[in-house]
Design a protein around this ligand. Structure first.
Ligand SMILES: [Zn+2]
Ligand SMILES: [Zn+2]
Length: 175
């Protein structure tokens, strides 16, 4: 640690500033930071057919979180088995829908928010997010519904794919 030449006067006192020497540790970008949190949240999922997690933020502040899980108070897939319908398990509320529900429970507006979700939203969740006022969707892996690209483009909703190394690929421009 080297002593800095800079001193910040504060009343009668002088503060010594120490500058770190050597390499600074890598610092996550905001995109990587929130996606890491979404991945951690996904581990709480209660249907092991697919674990999805999300975090809704505005001004870099977390507004709501969600993972795919049963209705509150109802048994989990992992305990009683899946509720299959048309090849999909319908027992759980999707992560994005759960985050919107959490915000509603707490009276939090999502208008102008951004969502980080580990998998691209299904059509139902996409519609929910669009009408919640969410303006940017950042997703990890592509899940299953192509309609979101066309709709996002039409709405001027930013849709961003973030790869594992944190390099973004923007599909639709923000208007
Ligand atoms: Zn299930
Ligand atoms: Zn969904």
């Amino acid at each position: 640690m080297a002593k800095s030449d800079h001193e910040i006067p504060m009343g009668e006192r002088n503060w010594d500033i120490l500058l770190d020497e050597g390499e600074k540790p890598d610092r996550d970008s905001w995109d990587v930071y929130f996606m890491k949190i979404a991945k951690q949240i996904a581990t709480r999922g209660t249907c092991h057919r697919k674990h999805v997690g999300c975090v809704i933020v505005r001004d870099r502040t977390i507004l709501a979180t969600g993972y795919n899980g049963s209705i509150r108070g109802m048994p989990h897939c992992d305990e009683v088995g899946h509720m299959m319908e048309g090849g999909h398990c319908t027992r759980t509320v999707h992560a994005e829908a759960n985050a919107v529900a959490q915000a509603a429970r707490n009276g939090v507006s999502l208008k102008g928010g951004e969502i980080y979700v580990t998998a691209s939203p299904c059509w139902q969740c996409f519609k929910l997010m669009a009408n919640s006022g969410i303006e940017k969707i950042v997703y990890g892996e592509f899940y299953r519904d192509d309609r979101i690209f066309e709709a996002a483009n039409h709405l001027g909703l930013e849709l961003v794919h973030i790869s594992k190394d944190g390099v973004n690929r923007v599909y639709t421009p923000h208007r």
